[in-house]
Design a protein around this ligand. Structure first.
Ligand SMILES: Cc1ncc(COP(=O)(O)O)c(C=O)c1O
Length: 448
């Protein structure tokens, strides 16, 4: 695809460059200077991509072409250690061979057939999600799954299901409670639950009746919740984008109780923190059933990069839904479902999860050492499993550290509260962990 675009849009010299570097890998360079205007990267960005792409993200001059496991390569054929996993998505690494085989096999059978009919992989995936969830100590009364294509769609479905359930009791029961520093997606419904002025302001008015509570402060929720008006409360058990903030277990148990007292649907958004990332299948698998929600939303890791999302609900909600209430063209397509089944089988395995915990300990030990050595810059290490954050003092410009890491050959991302976020593949190897943490340490040390 990339090569075709280049052939269509670039000079022959650039085509030759791409052909000569395709498929080979150079050793990581000591310090990589960002590609300038005259390179293949600069020309691709400025002539082919940027002039035609809708403005969304601020991006460095980096065009990624291929990856293997936890390593990724750019158009200049430079190698990077990937601690981003496409924002907590490629949990089983880039170019996973089993997943490639599944894609190849299923693409020769059936990619898509719509939800007007049943297909075999979709049924297999939803039954696996339910059964593995229960086996993992997650949502004890999980009953049904709606398959879709992204995180924001999974949350839209959750919002609609909460509304449908609540409106059966009282047509005015339509309001939601969300939390400071949370992120639930970019579609208008999910965006309404994402209290970030930068994201919301250009698109307001959003849906009415959304109230913002403080995480870990049950009194703030009590002051907002209403039996007559509130239909749903949504929370990430560990906030990802907001700064890798772990929500207290006791708070979640109290929140469950409060929702029950007010007949309000409790939604856990596990789009980033779920699917093995915390060392259990779900972040809420650590909680007793008194802390379980009514709905769990998931996406990201479920497709290892293939777009997929899902909304898991209990019978309480399913009993209120009717044919035609909700739908999707692509959701539950056979190709995505086959991939999802493979991912969930792999990451729910106890041995796999034990290894995630071992890798996590390795990360946390080294990060703690780095934090102690740099206590003039770092406030604390946060998170769980392989969803980890380094919170810096407010005067530290973390974008400079991200840039320095990139130039040394390590990709990392930021989150809210001046935090650097590490979300590597769950099967990252020890070499990549050690090399990456060495670069991170060096880059933090060099920050002045
Ligand atoms: C917790 C959480 N919810 C929802 C979303 C939105 O997912 P998507 O970008 O797939 O729509 C994200 C994405 O970062 C997320 O981290």
């Amino acid at each position: 695809m990339l090569r075709r675009t280049i052939k269509n849009g670039l000079k022959p010299s650039i085509i030759r460059f791409c052909a000569s570097t395709a498929g080979s890998a150079s050793k990581p360079m000591k310090k990589i200077v960002d590609a300038n205007e005259t390179t293949a990267t600069g020309q691709y960005i400025n002539q082919v991509s940027k002039p035609y792409t809708v403005t969304t993200y601020a991006r460095p001059n980096l065009v990624l072409t291929h990856g293997k496991g936890s390593y990724i390569y750019d158009l200049e054929n430079r190698k990077y250690i990937d601690f981003t996993a496409g924002i907590a998505v490629t949990c089983l690494g880039h170019s996973n061979e089993d997943i490639s085989s599944i894609i190849s096999d299923q693409s020769k059978k059936l990619i898509h057939c719509s939800n007007l009919y049943y297909n075999l992989p979709a049924g297999e995936l939803v039954s696996k999600i339910i059964n593995k969830t229960k086996e993992s100590g997650g949502l004890h009364n999980a009953s049904r799954v709606f398959l879709c294509n992204s995180g924001t769609e999974a949350n839209e479905a959750a919002m609609k299901f909460a509304r449908k359930y609540a409106k059966q009791q009282n047509p005015n029961k339509i309001e939601f409670i969300t939390f400071e520093n949370s992120f639930h997606g970019r579609s208008l419904g999910a965006l309404s639950l994402t209290p970030n002025e930068k994201y919301q302001k250009p698109f307001s008015p959003l849906i009415p009746g959304v109230h913002i509570a403080k995480p870990n402060d049950i009194e703030s929720v009590k002051s907002l919740i209403s039996k007559d008006k509130t239909c749903g409360v949504i929370i990430e058990p560990i906030q990802g984008e907001g700064g890798v903030n772990t929500i207290d277990s006791n708070f979640l148990i109290e929140l469950r109780k409060l929702c029950d007292e007010n007949n309000v649907i409790l939604i856990y958004d596990e789009i980033q923190c779920g699917l093995g990332r915390t060392g259990k299948l779900w972040a809420h698998s650590y909680l007793p059933k008194e802390g379980h929600p009514d709905i769990v939303t998931m996406a990201k890791a479920l497709g290892n990069g293939f777009p997929i999302g899902a909304t898991m609900i209990t019978d309480k909600i399913e009993s209120q839904l009717q044919v035609g209430d909700h739908g999707t063209t692509y959701g539950g397509n056979p190709l995505g479902s086959r991939i999802g089944s493979y991912v969930i089988d792999t990451i729910s395995d106890t041995e796999f999860l034990n290894e995630v915990n071992e890798k996590s300990t390795k990360f946390i030990n080294k990060l703690t050492e780095i934090a102690n050595e740099n206590n003039d810059k770092i406030l604390k290490i946060k998170g769980k499993g392989l969803l980890l954050g380094i919170q810096f003092k407010s005067e530290v410009d973390i974008n400079k550290i991200v840039e320095n890491c990139r130039q040394y050959g390590l990709l990392i991302i930021t989150a809210g509260m001046n935090t650097i976020r590490l979300v590597p593949a769950l099967n990252i190897g020890n070499d990549a962990i050690n090399e990456g943490l060495e670069i991170l340490e060096q880059s933090i040390k060099e920050y002045k």
